[in-house]
Design a protein around this ligand. Structure first.
Ligand SMILES: *[C@@H]1O[C@H](CO)[C@@H](O)[C@H](O)[C@H]1NC(C)=O
Ligand SMILES: *[C@@H]1O[C@H](CO)[C@@H](O)[C@H](O)[C@H]1NC(C)=O
Ligand SMILES: *[C@@H]1O[C@H](CO)[C@@H](O)[C@H](O)[C@H]1NC(C)=O
Ligand SMILES: *[C@@H]1O[C@H](CO)[C@@H](O)[C@H](O)[C@H]1NC(C)=O
Ligand SMILES: *[C@@H]1O[C@H](CO)[C@@H](O)[C@H](O)[C@H]1NC(C)=O
Length: 674
């Protein structure tokens, strides 16, 4: 009874072992972990789960085995079914090789085998030896003539040696096409492989990734595996090898079962991806990289230079204190575009202060842009404040100042465009028809009105400082418009801010200007000179003329003394002439240019005299101060003739510059001939 029980127990145990041993040799790996396999050589399991048999180095091999052997009790009981997915990736710029093999081996130790064409399976001495106890299914990507390889892309079954007992070019039977389709082992894409054994028949099938298992095997060969493994113990695994031909060789998943029916098929979507070597394969040659970098640098530099050029081209000076003048501030770019890049076709004229260009703003408004170069930043704030406040002055006989722009060493003033130019052209230039007396008187009254407004009508007293025919502009109806106010003052700032300089144009400058500075009376003096200039059609000082006619004031007075005051008038004057008016204006001119400051009328009175609402005071050519011209002598006579603005200040003497350009003398008044 006890014996019978014991026997039953033993039978039960044996049965249990059988079941467990059978279950142990059934597994599925969708990707691997380190502990799943025993690896040697360069084989290793990558973090993402791929089994990498060879790593892209040459003359290397790697092995990986399932740790527990497959054991069988009788030859009949040996059968198995396995599926794995591999990927063979050619090393960039190398020929791919040599290949991998699915290995059935009596031993896990293949470390004495050789790489290259031996595929990590055999060495010289074990190759072809029946004591090797090794069967392999090779996926061979090299053509080794010594082992009778058929090509460099074949599958073969090897028993104890590398000369396959059967082999075929890599292909699979396509049920759809009804024929074999080629497979390129070294495509780098995953390839499915099935190896099945049962009833002494070993079947091998291949299929591309995501393709069903073919209905017919590629290789089917009868083998008695029991003969190769007399110990009835088989280790299952993989081998891979490289030589001078190099590939990365991967196993991505592996499923195994002793029974065909219970083998789980691999789920290709769950497998790890083939590591990418494409980035490397696309790497362009170093020379190209250098050229590309060079090109990039050149483009970058060009863009940088273009940017800097634009910045330089449109550079402005803009300071905190200018914020309140925002509306009066023009951008340099806007002016540059308005004047067509300050093109010489738009040049209206060159004056003592700089060049004047005609421009058209985007609003279609026509403007005159005056470019004034200056060096001194000092006093700029005050000057801009004056400019802006003058821009706020509104009088129909003033040229409206629209705004300004500052650049380094340059100031740009924007005013309304006056279509008919400046008055001096109609007085002195032969090509323009000389104005009639009527027109001249209207313009004289216009300017008197503007100047009177500046002196008394405006919120604060504004001095013009440089009244002369060339600063009187003509609008479309030929009305007189006073322009360029304050410019003389600016010139002063630019020249030498440290001195209080007398500024203006020789011939229009009151004698006391050099010593006392500017005031409304000096403007009145300038206006007097302007009256004589317009009436007589000549400049206040003309050095070429004989001495008695050289200075206009003296000459007009002389004519008066000789009782032919009317004779001083412009002989080119056209149309009807009112002798009374001409004489009145000439006398007023002499009154305004009185050498004695206190005896000059105010601008308000001048306006009334011109309107004949007030009678001229009773003066004669012999009245004190009348007809006395006291030229501000500066060095040579030719300077006196120049119609441009001068700065004269009471310090030391040093002349500069040429004829028509702006010039500055920090000096005076040598031959101050009183
Ligand atoms: C070949 O391998 C066997 C073991 O597999 C080893 O004993 C032998 O020394 C090797 N021969 C050579 C030439 O490496
Ligand atoms: C091998 O393939 C043949 C058909 O070619 C088939 O009859 C046989 O059952 C297969 N053997 C195994 C073990 O799958
Ligand atoms: C296979 O080989 C074993 C051992 O040599 C033998 O016992 C068995 O009968 C053979 N099987 C066949 C089908 O030849
Ligand atoms: C004066 O300006 C008007 C308006 O632009 C123009 O029609 C006329 O031709 C100009 N006269 C002269 C002499 O330039
Ligand atoms: C200005 O100078 C140039 C050359 O120095 C000369 O040709 C020209 O005649 C001068 N003009 C006057 C108005 O003096």
């Amino acid at each position: 009874m006890a014996q019978g029980l014991h026997l039953i127990w033993i039978i039960f145990c044996v049965h249990l072992i059988c079941i467990s041993s059978q279950q142990e040799t059934e597994f599925i790996y969708n990707g691997f972990r380190q502990e799943d396999l025993s690896t040697d050589g360069v084989a290793r399991i990558l973090p993402k789960g791929q089994l990498q048999l060879t790593d892209g180095s040459g003359q290397k091999m790697g092995h990986a085995f399932f740790k527990k052997p497959l054991e069988f009790t009788s030859p009949e009981s040996l059968s198995f079914s396995t599926q794995f997915v591999c990927a063979l990736v050619r090393k960039p710029r190398f020929d791919g090789g040599h290949g991998i093999a699915f290995v059935l081996s009596a031993s896990m130790d293949l470390t004495h085998a050789e790489a290259t064409q031996f595929l990590g399976l055999f060495n010289i001495s074990t190759q072809g030896s029946s004591s090797s106890h090794l069967v392999a299914v090779e996926l061979d990507t090299a053509h080794s003539a010594e082992f009778d390889d058929i090509d460099a892309n074949h599958v073969g079954i090897d028993v104890n040696g590398l000369t396959s007992i059967v082999s075929a070019p890599a292909a699979y039977f396509s049920d759809i096409e009804g024929k074999n389709e080629n497979i390129t082992l070294l495509s780098g894409d995953p390839i499915q492989v099935w190896v099945e054994y049962g009833g002494n028949l070993l079947n091998v099938s291949l299929a591309p990734h995501k393709t069903q298992k073919p209905s017919q095997p590629l290789l089917s060969r009868s083998i008695n595996l029991s003969e190769s493994f007399p110990d009835r113990k088989i280790f299952l695994g993989f081998s891979g090898a490289t030589g001078t031909l190099i590939s990365y060789q991967y196993i991505l998943g592996w499923s195994f079962s002793r029974k065909k029916a219970s083998m789980q098929a691999l789920d290709v979507t769950k497998l790890p991806r083939v590591p990418s070597h494409r980035a490397n394969s696309k790497r362009p040659p170093p020379l190209l990289i250098v050229l590309l970098i060079l090109l990039g640098v050149i483009v970058f530099l060009a863009l940088g230079a273009a940017y800097l050029y634009r910045r330089w081209k449109y550079a402005e000076v803009r300071e905190e204190w200018e914020k309140e003048y925002g509306p009066h501030r023009f951008s340099y770019k806007a002016l540059y575009n308005a004047t067509n890049g300050f093109h010489k076709d738009g040049l209206l004229g060159k004056g003592g202060f700089g060049e004047v260009y005609k421009g058209t703003l985007p609003s279609n408004e026509q403007v005159a842009v005056k470019r004034v170069s200056h060096d001194a930043e000092e006093g700029m704030k005050q000057f801009v404040a004056e400019i802006v406040s003058m821009g706020n002055l509104k009088h129909k006989n003033m040229v409206p100042l629209l705004g300004y722009c500052r650049r380094k060493g340059e100031l740009l003033l924007v005013s309304e465009y006056m279509p008919n130019g400046s008055l001096d052209q109609y007085l002195f230039h032969e090509e323009k028809p000389p104005f009639s007396w009527r027109r001249r008187l209207i313009i004289i009254k216009d300017i008197a009105s503007a100047l009177s407004y500046m002196h008394t009508g405006a919120p604060q007293v504004v001095l013009h400082r440089d009244i002369k025919a060339s600063n009187v502009m003509l609008d479309a109806e030929f009305n007189g418009r006073l322009g360029d106010f304050g410019m003389a003052r600016f010139h002063d700032h630019g020249a030498n801010p440290a001195t209080t300089a007398a500024v203006g144009t020789i011939g229009y400058m009151a004698p006391e200007l050099a010593t006392m500075g500017a005031c409304t009376a000096t403007d009145v003096y300038g206006f007097g000179a302007f009256l004589l200039e317009v009436t007589c059609g000549r400049r206040p000082v003309e050095p070429e003329l004989p001495a008695e006619r050289r200075y206009l004031i003296q000459w007009v007075c002389q004519c008066w003394k000789m009782a032919s005051l009317l004779g001083a008038r412009d002989p080119r004057m056209r149309g009807e002439i009112s002798a009374e008016e001409v004489e009145m204006v000439l006398k007023l001119g002499l009154l305004c240019t009185n050498a004695v400051t206190e005896l000059r009328p105010s601008m308000e009175e001048v306006v009334e005299y011109l309107n004949e609402s007030l009678k001229l005071p009773d003066i004669s050519p012999n009245s004190p101060g009348i007809g006395t011209f006291t030229p501000l002598m500066i060095g040579s006579n030719s300077l006196l003739a120049s119609p441009t603005t001068k700065t004269v200040s009471a310090s030391f003497y040093s002349s500069s510059s040429a004829n028509d350009s702006t010039f500055v003398t920090h000096s005076i008044v040598h031959g101050h001939g009183r």
